[in-house]
Design a protein around this ligand. Structure first.
Ligand code: OAD
Length: 258
């Protein structure tokens, strides 16, 4: 089945709202775009993206951490500070509302900021980890308390002495197997799949929307601009997630007149 785009955005919203009301298993894949309106910089947006100022190879690889642990740790500490100041925006909250209304709901996120759970989403699959968790770089165990060293070094694991690191997936690392499995299973059973605020270029997350279509789901994309997913989408809602998603919820479940 090929997309049946409508040139009228209101028509598209109405049609997607209708599908949402009737859906059985709604799966949403989110990327950095959904947190942009909370003030968390995205990765690839030329003006404000983190990668515009730093190269990922310098900061988000195991090799970078081995070469310059203090720089990588300091960069993640900076990102943690930004994220601690951020609060969920209307896009995150609309997804909480959808979860409350549909029979089955799975939220698959590439974001490490934890804002979906903070907003109140319950069934969240974190594909790329969580920046607020810290693990031992040797043993992979979660560490909750450590002593902060003097100077620039990252803190050491209280058990084995290896450096601590954030519990996020770096380039070249594999995804947490349980999260990946949960994402694949949800994708295969979705009848309505949303791809929201992701540039859809980092695998394996990027292939999930197309997999959903292969399994028979209707695919809806919410983004400011076209992505590699766009040609596969049955419906495209162009605009900020913080505006589009609340409008979709209002269209699907209009509030009763006072
Ligand atoms: P990107 O920065 O690659 O893409 C952000 C996307 O969000 C772009 O397509 C923007 O057009 C869109 N966007 C920006 N603001 C938006 C808004 N208000 N509403 C809707 N869309 C908006 O971020 P991701 O796709 O999440 O991985 O990147 C995927 C992965 O690449 C990240 O998880 C990270 C990075 O390398 C790892 O660190 C492993």
């Amino acid at each position: 089945m090929k997309p049946h785009p409508s040139s009228n955005p209101d028509d598209t919203l109405t049609r997607v709202a209708e599908l949402l009301r009737r859906a059985h298993h709604v799966v949403v894949l989110t990327g950095a775009g959904i947190s942009a309106e909370s003030g968390v910089p995205t990765f690839r947006d030329a003006q404000t993206g983190l990668w515009a100022r730093y190269s990922p190879e310098e900061l988000a690889t195991p090799q970078a951490f081995a070469r310059r642990p203090h720089l990588v740790w300091a960069w993640y500490q900076w990102r943690r500070t930004l994220i601690r100041q951020a609060t969920p925006n209307p896009g995150h909250l609309a997804l909480v509302e959808i979860e409350r209304r549909v029979p089955h709901f799975t939220l698959i996120t590439q974001n490490v900021d934890g804002l979906h759970r903070q907003a109140g989403s319950r069934h969240v699959v974190e594909l790329h980890g969580n920046i607020m968790r810290t693990i031992c770089s040797r043993e992979g165990t979660v560490v909750e308390r450590w002593s902060q060293p003097e100077g620039e070094e990252p803190p050491a694991c209280p058990r084995c002495g290896a450096y601590l690191r954030p519990d996020v997936v770096w380039f070249g690392e594999t995804l947490p197997p349980d999260a990946l499995q949960a994402a694949i299973e949800a994708t295969a059973t979705a009848d309505l799949f949303f791809s929201v605020g992701t540039s859809a270029v980092v695998q394996p997350a990027a292939s999930l929307p197309v997999e959903a279509v292969r399994h028979g789901a209707t695919l809806v994309e919410v983004n400011l601009e076209p992505t590699p997913v766009t040609p596969f989408a049955h419906y495209v809602l162009t605009g900020p997630a913080g505006t589009v998603l609340p409008a979709l919820v209002r269209a699907a479940w209009p509030a009763p007149a006072p």
